[in-house]
Write a protein that binds this ligand. Sequence first.
Ligand code: ARG
Length: 280
Amino acid sequence: MTASVLMCRPDHFGIEYEINPWMHVAVKVDHALAEAQWDALYRTYLDLGVEVELATPVAGLPDMVFTANAAVLWDDRAVLSNFHHPERQGEEVHWRQELERRGFDVHELPRALSFEGAGDALFVGDRLFCGYGFRTDRDSHRPVARILEVDFVSLELIDPRFYHLDTCFCPLDATNVLAAPDAFAPESLRVIRDLVPNLIEVPVEVAAGFACNAMPLGGHVLSSLTISQLEAPLKAAGYTPIPHAMGEFLKAGGGVRCLSLPLGDGERGKARDPDAQPAG
Ligand code: ARG
């Protein structure tokens, strides 16, 4: 159970460049609506007993709202992202500070390796499932896993709409995983089928509504509106979907999971300073 999540208010959120197929600078963000959508998610976390820590938004870094891309975390270790696109590289120094302030031991990869944090690296049990093909280099997976001292597998993403692993793959627990088969190369899909005890297959049009960009919390799965279409298989796995309107963030190619970086499950969190709070 996630006890603590890092979010960043959408104060400076906008579509100021195009680095994935969802982004069109001509399609403006409705800021009041974005704030309302972000706030509804924030409040749901609080209602579910999750502690939400807030990163300080920075002007000129419109995608900082997507905290999932800051780093991948395990215990007290963090592997900081090396963003693929220069447009997001300015975030790295801020994510380092945000994580160090919270007691993480922050590691970096060689600059030449692109790696986009929890957007492309998700745990199923103790094994790290890593995506590559668009934002993260396959060659980054081994050094990331070595730093965290975990096993890993590499999964090839083939549909540019699903440019981060967390847009098409969501571990609910060590047994149940949501995934959109169409987003993966055939060999990678075989790996998923081999390793995941219960794969809940998500039709591509449901995944295109960012249903897989989801956060499991206890018996709930928070996600965008299309998660409602997965009610039956989720129920069979013991979960209730909680849909959230995410339309303003979908314009940037992000949903619930992109807006949320789990910081620890309570047990792990205890190893860190429980009083460590963001300055802002
Ligand atoms: N506009 C952002 C980008 O393209 C969206 C990031 C979404 N984050 C995620 N974890 N999938 O980088």
